[in-house]
Design a protein around this ligand. Structure first.
Ligand SMILES: [Zn+2]
Length: 416
């Protein structure tokens, strides 16, 4: 099986044909979820899937499942997918790549006459982007049970159109029931600069960063800039400034892809000759491991206590967002890594800073992702770009990782 390769030209052609639907003058795509452009993209995908002999099903939130039978119908399918919707000025590859790569894997297995033990599926999840309708990750969220179908169907866009109404209008409110997945793989452009910077073709995605956000209020006392000696001040901005540096120090000092950002600062009364009595700021901590993320937050609380004493201010930390880190399934991640190595593609482990449908699916099934480089790390932009060679390499890794997960029953035309 090791010699088996996808058809990179066919994959590229499919991506370019798909990108005609909602094409923008700058070479990008505008294909907002559940619009007529989305319907046309769905129609095209379903036509291609049927031409490949796949059985297509649609569930209540419009997720599309295109299935290829396996030798053992009792096994849960190994799925590959992503999303066909885009941002208002999006690119040709974000999401579309994962769906087209999954389809290309099944076309390749058809051509080679390979039958897998477990069934295989290509999935297109509805409204990953969350641009026209919130919440984001809607289709995969309903599938994994994070949201109810009733709740999301009632959500409305700015024109007052509901998700339910839009689904019915484009004819994609289906009746398929949620089913078990044996495994889920998602191929995606990195949307960051790491792979390109290091000259790596494949990112073996270990998971997605968890996040803890704080609103911070530092309280001191307003006082006159002239008469108040330095040692008697209660300067809230000095306290906040110390905290900003501590956030940076903490993030640099912890492992597991630690990130720490302060992006907001508001000073009161904000007058050049008044010692600031209050400063409001924020902290955004991210990490791939829940325990390390917790340790960063404990360190922040200790630092705040020390600053309170030294600067004679009070610091209030209010946590307002907590997303748990997502760790992908070690066995599937291993399949991705082993496939990249066997195919001879330069690869590295990487953690996603952004959310993906795979993060939803990881709640209910083993999941993993394959990243490929995108030019300049830029996405959610019409200029988003990736090379045919990198996209083909990622699709080959997807093929072999899926074969490892599904098992090969027989290969009539493909020499072993
Ligand atoms: Zn995406």
């Amino acid at each position: 099986m090791n010699h088996l390769r996808i058809d990179g030209k066919r994959l590229w052609r499919s991506l370019m044909d798909l990108a005609q639907i909602g094409a923008t003058p700058k070479g990008g795509v505008r294909r907002l979820t559940l619009t007529d452009e989305d319907r046309r993209a769905r129609d095209l995908f379903c036509r291609w899937a049927r031409e490949a002999g796949l059985a297509v099903e649609v569930d209540g939130i419009g997720n599309l499942f295109a299935r290829r039978a396996g030798a053992d119908p009792g096994l849960a399918p190994v799925a590959m997918g992503s999303h066909l919707d885009s941002q208002p000025s999006g690119g040709k590859f974000d999401g579309a790549y994962g769906v087209m790569a999954g389809l290309e894997v099944l076309r390749t297995l058809n051509d080679a006459g390979v039958r897998t033990r477990a069934p295989l599926e290509v999935v297109s999840w509805t409204n990953e982007e969350g641009s026209r309708f919130t919440p984001v990750l809607m289709g995969s969220g309903v599938f994994c049970g994070a949201f109810t179908l009733e709740h999301v169907r009632a959500q409305k866009d700015l024109q007052g159109v509901s998700v339910g109404g839009a689904l019915e209008k484009i004819g994609y409110a289906g009746a398929a029931r949620p089913h078990k997945l044996g495994a889920y793989f998602e191929a995606h452009i990195e949307q960051g600069p790491v792979l390109e910077n290091e000259g790596k073709t494949i990112g073996v995605v270990l998971g997605a960063l968890g996040q803890r956000w704080y609103d911070v209020t530092v309280t001191g006392q307003d006082a006159h800039a002239g008469p108040t000696p330095m040692e008697l001040r209660q300067d809230a901005l000095i306290g906040a400034s110390r905290l900003v540096l501590e956030v940076n120090r903490i993030a640099r000092g912890f492992p597991d892809y630690a990130r720490g950002t302060v992006g907001f600062l508001q000073v009161t009364p904000n007058s050049r000759n008044v010692i600031p009595g209050e400063a409001r700021t924020t902290v955004d901590f991210r990490n791939a491991k829940a325990s390390t993320l917790d340790a960063m937050c404990e360190e922040l609380k200790r630092a705040a206590k020390a600053i309170e004493a030294e600067c004679r201010v009070a610091i209030e930390l209010r946590e307002n967002v907590y997303f748990k880190p997502c760790e992908f399934d070690p066995a599937l991640v291993g399949h991705v890594r082993a496939s990249a190595a066997a195919l001879g593609h330069p690869h590295r482990d990487i953690v996603s800073g952004a959310g993906h449908d795979a993060v939803s699916i990881a709640r209910i099934a083993p999941a993993a992702m394959v990243f490929v480089p995108c030019a300049g790390g830029i996405s959610h932009n019409e200029i988003e770009s990736a090379t045919p060679a990198d996209l083909a390499a990622g699709c080959d890794v997807l093929l072999h990782a899926a074969l490892r997960a599904a098992g090969v029953a027989d290969a009539s035309r493909a020499a072993a």
